[in-house]
Design a protein around this ligand. Structure first.
Ligand code: PDD
Length: 286
């Protein structure tokens, strides 16, 4: 498997970084995960724009121009054998010769890209929906930044795994924020509800696609605070992300969501999502 590290394309096994890298010492870096279908990246410009927002948010100069990023990602896709991929990009504040929290001076950032086969939900998960648990959102107040400081997300996601579930849904001050690695939507009385984009959640690329599709097809939707009571009395819950796409949640904390089966709105949105994605991919052929 070919990866990219600081200007070089090389087998992933040969990619080595210093233990003094600030990504390793402090989680001081940004990342992106870009889904690739039939060797074409989906919404790459939006992912690269969000990378820029994260880098700006953590005051780390972007090591590459947009066009360079596109070329690097295209080369990684071409150099690897699978057609559907999940491309991972990471930029850290690099490796100094000492350990100090304050920014180093004159240190080059570390840029790393690798790819893996894209693993989307199984047919059984689509058919049955998935089970999730809820937890207090105990993360910092810049959840809009996609940084590699993910320990809270790691611990939160593990709570789901320990309970035999797939994802952990978080609540802050009694309101829904997002999943440990996904955004969450609620359907109640025929209206799609989405939490507002602010510092409490990541501005998901899939979240944006879902809201664009709801607007385009006239699905009633509202972007607003969602209370715990609304979450627990939802007719449908969905999780969305670049790798999970749009996936129905049918069990929350051991209780059925709605009638306990994937709902009609989730099925409809997933169909719109697939045809929109396939259309975009076809157009990027020319
Ligand atoms: N996670 N919220 C969080 C905390 C996330 O980590 C993710 C994605 C999302 C969904 O964003 P998008 O639709 O842009 O993928 C929301 C990625 C896939 C990950 O960390 O693996």
């Amino acid at each position: 498997m070919t990866a990219y590290l600081n200007g070089q394309f090389l087998p992933i096994e040969e990619a080595k970084i210093s233990p003094l890298d600030r990504g390793f010492l402090f989680g001081d870096g940004a990342y992106e995960v870009i889904p690739v279908y039939s060797r074409r990246p989906f919404r790459i410009d939006e992912h690269l724009r969000r990378l820029q927002l994260t880098l700006d948010g953590i005051r780390l100069p972007n090591p590459h121009a947009l066009e360079e990023w596109r070329r690097l990602v295209e080369r990684i896709i071409a150099d690897n054998e699978f057609d559907d991929q999940s491309v991972y990009i990471q930029v850290t504040r690099g490796a100094d010769s000492k350990r100090d929290q304050a920014f180093p001076s004159g240190v080059a950032p570390t840029t790393f890209i690798f790819t893996a086969p894209l693993v989307t939900p199984s047919a059984a998960q689509r058919e049955m929906g998935i089970a999730v648990v809820s937890a207090l959102d105990n993360r910092w107040l810049r959840c809009d930044l996609k940084t590699v400081s993910l320990l809270a997300n790691v611990l939160l996601r593990q709570q789901a795994i320990d309970a035999g579930c797939v994802e952990t849904i978080m609540l802050r001050d009694g309101y829904l924020t997002e999943g440990a690695a996904s955004n969450i939507f609620v359907v109640k009385n025929g209206v799609l509800l989405a939490p507002p984009k602010d510092h409490r959640m990541l501005s998901g690329i899939t979240y944006d696609v879902v809201l664009e599709l709801a607007a385009r097809h006239g699905m009633a939707h509202e972007v607003r605070e969602i209370s715990e009571a609304e979450l627990r009395s939802a007719d449908e819950l969905w999780m969305t992300s670049s790798t999970k796409e749009v996936l129905p949640i049918t069990v929350l904390d051991g209780k059925p969501v709605g009638n306990g089966k994937p709902g009609p709105a989730a099925r409809q949105m997933y169909a719109w999502y697939c045809s929109f994605r396939d259309d975009v991919m076809r157009k990027s052929d020319v």
